[in-house]
Design a protein around this ligand. Sequence first.
Ligand SMILES: Nc1nc2c(ncn2[C@@H]2O[C@H](COP(=O)(O)OP(=O)(O)OP(=O)(O)O)[C@@H](O)[C@H]2O)c(=O)[nH]1
Ligand SMILES: [Mg+2]
Length: 610
Amino acid sequence: MTIDATPSGEPVLRTLAPLLRNLEREIRSWLDRGHRYPISAEVKAQAATLADDLRRHADALDVDKPLLIIVLMGGTGVGKSTLLNAMAGGDIAQASVARPTTRDPIVYYHDSVRTDRLDPVLRHCRLVPHDRIALEQKIIVDTPDLDSNDLSNRDKLAQVLPVADIVLYVGSQEKYHDRLGWELFLQQRRRHAFAFVLNKWDRCLHPSTTGIRPDEDLLRDLKKAGFTQPRLFRTCAQYWIERATGSSSMKDPAGEQFQELVHWIEMDLSRAEIEAIKARGVTQLLVQLDETMASARPPDLSVVAESARSAWERTLRDESKAAAEVLLNTLDPYQREVEHHFALQGQRRFHGVMAGYLRLFTRVRYLTSQLREHLPMATRSTDERRQLSWDLAAFTSVCSDDAARRSLDARIRALDNRLLLSAADHGFPIDFLQDAVESTGRMDWRQRFSQALAEVLTEVEHDWARPKGWRRVLQTIVVLLADWLPIAALLAACGFLIWRYLNMPEEFRLEALLIPPAVMLAALVCMHAVVALLLPLRWPAIRNVFQSRLEASVNSDLDRAYLPLPDQVASVVQAEREEVDRVLVQIRDVNGWLKNREQAASIAGLYGEK
Ligand SMILES: Nc1nc2c(ncn2[C@@H]2O[C@H](COP(=O)(O)OP(=O)(O)OP(=O)(O)O)[C@@H](O)[C@H]2O)c(=O)[nH]1
Ligand SMILES: [Mg+2]
């Protein structure tokens, strides 16, 4: 990575800090928002941890000279503290045969570094300053072991690990590949740069019982873990301690590389390498963030929403048919009342004698009708029209309540399930739809059905009373005839009587006065028959019209309530998907920015390839 200083001397990496802070804000506000698409607690926790890491990296980069943090990690007794002491050339960390020895992390840093610049995690450790200029930009941290029974030691290591730029994984001849340490390494290898130390090299020189030297065995395993050219240092820390104190009882072990390790830390990890490692750390963080966000990316539901919608159309059509039938069945027992009501409405078309005759006839005919007792009537009003009307809303609400009691409520609940299952069959995840469908199912369907009944009843009545086309012409003629023919018959009969009286007075009898009303009555009866024949009013005749209208009305109600749901949910999920995409684009932009500056040659071996 070419993270060289810019001509002004300012490190390019520093410009990364605001980008990372911005990304952190994005992630946090995404986490704070409610999501329709369920995001697992694990992904949320991971995203929150990564947001913390972003902040940490941003703070670490927002300086003139970034500090490289090298963390010693390994099992108890492998010689981490001895190694730090040997590098420091003094008794910095307590090292002993007691297991475990180190209880608190020790931060070995240059005295020019302001401690308030250190990551808060490090600030709370034991701080040991030094004045070695070669380690000016480097901080070495000795940590408690990762494998003793004291679990608080592991916690302390876990707190320090996130700040590590390089993890120096220390092992010894008997402990370079213990399960706990290796698992931790595998888990952390993608988050940090790794270098390896095989300490107690003096004990490694003789092949083990397996016949393979520990360093070769370790290299082989590292290769399997993706580290093809790892930085491995074979050291004998104790030898250098003893040498410094002049009490050396050990011989110079062949192939020992402690000085190479010191040289690597002091010299090879120059400013360019430090910035490259820092940048690489950011890249690794961004890759993880990318994976985490990608796993939280909601699917595109637009296509499945479309097919769920068409499947729902069919289901709702069937359901409307069934619901209309149930509602109509509740009307059937009241057919006489409905006919009566229609008859009363129909009478309004006639005037004069015919109107009076029909009123009388209807009253007699429906004498047995239970309309008045059964149904809420508005008969208390003095207004004649209202006297004839009935309370349609109350009637339909009685019917729809009855229907709901019988089966409509259960049908709606079953409908919810059918719709959800059918959506699932078309690939629409039920979880997203369940709430919306169930709350639609909980709507006041009784009231809606009652309204549909009332509307359809009014519509049918309106059409029946005011037909269109040829039926309108027929009705006008019939009504005209019915209104005038009886009067004309009466007048004709009267005229005939007068004529007879004037011409043949001797033949006139008093009973002859009954002829005109009889003729008029006959005309009324005939016209009534014609009306009944040509403008029939029977429940079975209007039931079919009523059923198809009711079906259409219920269908449009159900469609309006349910059909938009898949699209609505899909578009909410789509908006969430776009939010995630926006964050992903930002992550990839920053990563691209870093890749463009990649050089990596001198730090390649510190990273695994998988
Ligand atoms: N033979 C040999 N012994 C060593 C070497 N380095 C360290 N030791 C010894 O190993 C023992 C443990 O060393 P420490 O430095 O305390 O080990 P540690 O890894 O810090 O252990 P914890 O603090 O418990 O995690 C000490 O008695 C050291 O003298 C070495 O290179 N060769
Ligand atoms: Mg120690």
